[in-house]
Design a protein around this ligand. Structure first.
Ligand SMILES: Cc1cc2nc3c(=O)[nH]c(=O)nc-3n(C[C@H](O)[C@H](O)[C@H](O)COP(=O)(O)OP(=O)(O)OC[C@H]3O[C@@H](n4cnc5c(N)ncnc54)[C@H](O)[C@@H]3O)c2cc1C
Length: 435
């Protein structure tokens, strides 16, 4: 088995790093089982890493880090059942390409597609569109290797007592080695991005949410312009995306990097740069296959906090955010990303039992984010916000217990499956373990 000793590990945003004793790359379920048994014997802790795109210390460990990069790929596409079975380390773009060739896709995706399927599921990764739940709601069946080395298949039919706990489980119930997902026939979407004046946009917010299959918007600090993005089914033929992708790369990545560097060196310019960025939003309409259009490259490094609030608080929350930034003069130029997600019944889902609005705050790497995030977090908490598990937040056990009514049930399952705490690290202990 490929094993690397003493190599420094960093997450994508470089908000967390550690030097694990070793990083292991198993290529079979049997190898995973033997790693777990050996870890148990040697009293080592294990964390699993996907693509390292979470912003928090979920993956951080000084003991053993396991990557499932060599346990990836598609096992079976069942057209009759509209499901696909894939290995835990499969990246979302790999899945998209294979499904696309067969005329299928995932019903919804987030902004990027480099995550591993297991990482995306374990942290409740989501896209946008009120008809759709987050990515874990696409799961029909999941196979985990538990702390005892047992291989457990979990679904509504098999071991159903674990199903709603296993879907968003931060890597603490076991190692996800296989996932069966619902898929849909590939759709052709008309993607539209345009600039709107905020006051009129606010009046029309409910229409935007209800009348579009996928809808999101970006609030630009200090600006009255909003970027609105929609994706809806069309009968038109898909077009090549070369120029769209090139434009994205130049404007949303290279040019935005230069503007962000200006803000880092001259933070006072953030207001002006945010206004300029807002004014630069033009109208774009393209027709493309669904799996080709959801995700974009994100080359500019940032810190991110994202909160999920009940949908009915969307408008007052946005109004308060806009006002707070103006009054407190936060030096931020990154737009605030606003999306919607359907309610579900997954225990650790931020959208648990409520149709939700997700509001994400970003700060360019190298610029102070603490005060801005703190104040935005206070607003989100006022509106019953639950933090995204893969993004920055300052909540501890007490607050998380009040956010997640099923946390005690989750603890019971966690203790039953991993009494020794093999899958814990200090961060997980700090946020959820009731000792
Ligand atoms: C640029 C960028 C854009 C993003 N866009 C979005 C977005 O649009 N929507 C959204 O919701 N989020 C978004 N995120 C957050 C991201 O989707 C999540 O944090 C996700 O967890 C990243 O997946 P990963 O494979 O990198 O997981 P990692 O960060 O590597 O791991 C996340 C968690 O999953 C666990 N895990 C990983 N593999 C396994 C396994 N095989 N078995 C058990 N546990 C496992 C880890 O232990 C850890 O607890 C974005 C992040 C970045 C950096």
């Amino acid at each position: 088995m490929k094993t690397i000793q003493g190599k420094r590990w960093r997450n994508w945003s470089q908000t967390c790093e550690s030097i694990p004793e070793k990083i292991l790359y198993p290529s079979s379920i049997e190898e995973i089982t033997s790693i777990i048994k050996e870890a148990s014997k040697q009293e080592k802790r294990i964390r699993v890493v996907g693509a390292g795109h979470s912003f928090t210390s979920l993956v951080k460990t000084d003991d053993w880090l396991i990557s499932l990069d060599l346990l990836s790929g598609i096992e079976q596409l069942d057209e009759a059942a509209s499901t696909v079975t894939i290995l835990g380390g499969t990246r979302l773009f790999q899945l998209g390409e294979v499904l696309g060739q067969e005329g299928y896709s995932q019903e919804n995706l987030g902004d990027i597609n480099v995550q591993s399927i297991a990482g995306a599921i374990s942290t409740g990764t989501h896209g946008t569109g009120l008809k759709f739940g987050n990515i874990p709601t696409q799961v029909v069946e999941i196979v985990i290797v538990t702390a005892s080395g047992d291989v457990l298949t979990v679904s509504e039919e098999q071991n159903p007592q674990y199903f709603k706990a296993c879907l968003i489980s931060l890597g603490v119930l076991g190692i996800i080695v296989k996932v069966k997902l619902k898929i849909i026939k590939t759709l052709i979407y008309e993607y539209r991005s345009e600039r709107k004046e905020y006051p009129l946009f606010e009046q029309q917010l409910e229409c935007y949410i209800n009348e579009n299959r996928h809808f999101e918007f970006f609030l630009f600090p200090y600006s009255d312009c909003v970027q609105v993005k929609t994706m809806n089914i069309t009968n038109r033929k898909p077009k090549g995306l070369f120029f769209h992708n090139l434009k994205n790369l130049i404007f949303e990545n290279y040019l935005f990097f230069v503007l962000s560097e200006v803000c880092r060196v001259l933070p006072r310019s953030s207001q002006t740069i945010s206004r300029i960025s807002a004014k630069a939003v033009g109208t774009t309409t393209i027709t493309a296959k669904s799996y080709e259009i959801f995700a974009s490259p994100r080359l500019v490094k940032f810190r991110e906090m994202e909160y999920c609030i009940p949908l009915h608080y969307f408008k007052p929350a946005i109004q308060e955010i806009r006002k707070c930034i103006e009054v407190k003069k936060h030096k931020v130029h990154f737009p605030i990303e606003c999306r919607t997600v359907k309610a579900d019944d997954i225990w650790f889902s931020p959208s648990y039992q409520r149709d939700s609005a997700y509001i994400a705050f970003h700060m360019y790497k190298g610029m102070p984010y603490e005060e801005y995030f703190q104040e935005m977090e206070a607003i989100m908490r006022k509106y019953e916000g639950r933090p995204h598990w893969g993004k920055m937040h300052s909540l501890g056990k007490k607050e998380l217990y009040s956010c997640y009514p099923k946390l005690p049930d989750f603890q019971a399952i966690r203790y039953e499956l991993d009494p020794q705490g093999i899958f814990l690290n200090d961060y997980i202990k700090k946020i959820i373990i009731d000792e």
